[in-house]
Design a protein around this ligand. Sequence first.
Ligand SMILES: Nc1ncnc2c1ncn2[C@@H]1O[C@H](COP(=O)(O)OP(=O)(O)OP(=O)(O)O)[C@@H](O)[C@H]1O
Ligand SMILES: [Mg+2]
Length: 260
Amino acid sequence: MIIIVINQKGGVGKTTVSVNLSYGLAKRGADTLLLDLDPQAHSTVVYCPEAPEGQTVSNIFIDKNCDFKPLIRPASVHGGEIPNLSIVPANIHLAKVPEQIISRNHREKILHNQMKKITDDFNFVVIDCPPTLGVLTANAVYCADFILIPTTYGKYSLDGIADLFESIDDIAEGRKYVYRILRNMFDVRNKQSNQFTDDQLSPFRDHVLTTIIRRNEAINQSQMNSETIFTFDPKSHGAEDFGNLAKEVSDYAKEDSGKE
Ligand SMILES: Nc1ncnc2c1ncn2[C@@H]1O[C@H](COP(=O)(O)OP(=O)(O)OP(=O)(O)O)[C@@H](O)[C@H]1O
Ligand SMILES: [Mg+2]
């Protein structure tokens, strides 16, 4: 199952979710690949800080005959390898890729075509998207089975979600996918803004995940320390919430494969 973590809004937790969901899935025993599709390369900083300059996700887009497998590297945190987890790293040069592929036909399908080479090797692929709706994000949408949209709490947190759905619909061209909204940075003390956001989410009720990620300072610190919440503070609320998220996503995947 290919899970993409997407929202054109910056700072809503896409990278935090990608890093910790992929860890949580791997911890449950699933072979998991995290693909960093953001030129900011924040997921790469956690799992593969010494990524070789010329062996990144950019190759998939630039080199038509690219061999995907050598780009896949074992994920490690501060030198400790994480069982069942691999990463395709990114770097800042990914920012130039949209320009470099501008004249290619079907340029939003490049990743999908390449991904076919490796999807049999993994139970889950998680893609960390950049905060834009450009061609990189379009490539992620075109290969997605499960579109995960982190949102935060607050007056403007769902602004732009209609544009996001419209773009997803346009790009997917009738391909089958599900989308789920993940509520992030929940703070029980903010009763009114929580109510406001929940009201705004009510039309999407069937597409909101049960798991809520609480605002948790340990999550913030783990990111600052270039770590996962599970390695940084396994007893934190953050680790508990991301454990629940991994379970909810795994359960969905099991149910879905049962339907085939
Ligand atoms: N549940 C949480 N509790 C506390 N801090 C959080 C939580 N989720 C995310 N953060 C913090 O919020 C900041 C933004 O998160 P993150 O980088 O994951 O967002 P993003 O959507 O990937 O950003 P960008 O759009 O720039 O890629 C980070 O400093 C992160 O540590
Ligand atoms: Mg990010």
